[in-house]
Write a protein that binds this ligand. Structure first.
Ligand SMILES: NC(=O)C1=CN([C@@H]2O[C@H](COP(=O)(O)OP(=O)(O)OC[C@H]3O[C@@H](n4cnc5c(N)ncnc54)[C@H](O)[C@@H]3O)[C@@H](O)[C@H]2O)C=CC1
Ligand SMILES: O=C(O)CCC(=O)C(=O)O
Length: 309
């Protein structure tokens, strides 16, 4: 049984796969060669860098591939329908990184509220902008959370611990969840001081937050996107930051990655990270364990193991 790790995996999990007798190759391929390479493998494990498109699957057809594992949550980099229609199963590791992404979301909120991002730049340029960087507390502010799933719930808990009032919108629910008050989408946009996004990207819908939605937000609000880049229209966001409509934005994910949107990346009101929501030792360990378990279950090899989280 051969497994390709197209975007790496933590070492302990690679060792476990080898102990199970799997032949493991850790190598990243360009889109042009990926499909034909995949013919040799029974399973492939990807993070977000590798895209398994219809074209890649077409190039693989007639090969051995039976399973694609997304070592992460979002499966928008995989043509799931097309894979499944060609008898290739698609699995992910949905629970492993929720806490890491939630913590990064809170970090971006603090970063923009207290000028951490820009202080880190300007102090290294010998500037002492003590008077300029007058921020705001999270305490007492309203967090409008869009997407109350696994990550959203972890963000809500942490925001509540900071003394924030949490309101949320989610297309699955329409009732308050404990102290978290459900609001219609437009009402949330109007009421929130901070808005954080925790939804998958829906290609058919396009950007959930564009010019019209930003227009409805409070003047001086902050927007945090640790979900998917295309959930926010970057041009509209930039315009709102430049006009002063928004006070700041925290961004882990970009319309195109790696991002080359220099205007956005260099904007002093923006706190940026290079899509590292799941990049903690703990999340990667949990992801590795889930990948091993998924492979064991799918190919029915070795004893069942209990995954600790
Ligand atoms: N920055 C990073 O490294 C990471 C980003 N993510 C992103 O975070 C997203 C959320 O992850 P989870 O919380 O685990 O997913 P989840 O499936 O547990 O929660 C998503 C929630 O969003 C809701 N939703 C979907 N479309 C919506 C819409 N248009 N409006 C309002 N609500 C909507 C769903 O009903 C669901 O409750 C993932 O889809 C992924 O894109 C996930 C992991 C790491
Ligand atoms: O580790 C990655 O590739 C990014 C994580 C992510 O965005 C996800 O799990 O959806």
């Amino acid at each position: 049984m051969k497994v390709l790790l197209a975007d790496g995996l933590q070492k302990q999990s690679i060792d476990e796969l080898e102990q199970l007798g799997l032949e493991v190759c850790s190598k990243h391929f360009d889109a042009s060669e990926l499909g034909s390479e995949l013919k040799k493998y029974d399973a492939v494990v990807v993070r977000s860098a590798t895209k398994i498109t219809k074209e890649v699957i077409d190039d693989e057809l007639g090969g051995n591939l039976k399973l694609i594992i997304r070592a992460g949550v979002g499966i928008d980099n995989i043509d799931v329908k097309y894979a499944e229609s060609n008898n290739i199963a698609v699995k992910n590791t949905p629970n492993a990184s929720s806490i890491s992404v939630a913590e990064l979301t809170i970090a971006h909120m603090l970063s923009v509220a207290r000028f951490l991002n820009i202080s880190n730049v300007t102090m290294r340029q010998n500037q002492w902008n003590k008077k300029k960087y007058v921020g705001c507390e999270l305490y007492g502010k309203t967090l409008g959370l869009i997407g109350m799933g696994r990550i959203g719930k972890e963000v809500a808990k942490r925001a509540a611990a900071f003394g924030m009032r949490v309101i949320y919108f989610d297309s699955l629910y329409n009732e308050d969840i404990g102290d978290y008050k459900f609001e219609q989408f437009d009402d949330l946009l109007k009421k929130a001081d901070f808005i954080t996004l925790h939804v998958p990207y829906d290609k058919k819908r396009g950007a959930l937050i564009g010019k019209d939605e930003i227009e409805k937000m409070k003047d001086g609000a902050y927007l945090i996107n640790c979900a998917r880049g295309k959930v926010v229209d970057e041009a509209a966001l930039l315009e709102a930051l430049n006009s002063g409509k928004l006070s700041g934005a925290g961004i882990d994910v970009f319309e195109n990655e790696p991002s080359t949107n220099v205007e956005l990346l260099s904007n002093p009101k923006v706190s940026i990270t290079p899509h590292i929501g799941a990049s903690t030792k703990e999340a990667q360990q949990r992801i590795g364990r889930e990948v091993v378990l998924t492979l064991k279950d799918f190919f029915n090899i070795g004893d069942k193991v209990v995954i600790g989280v």
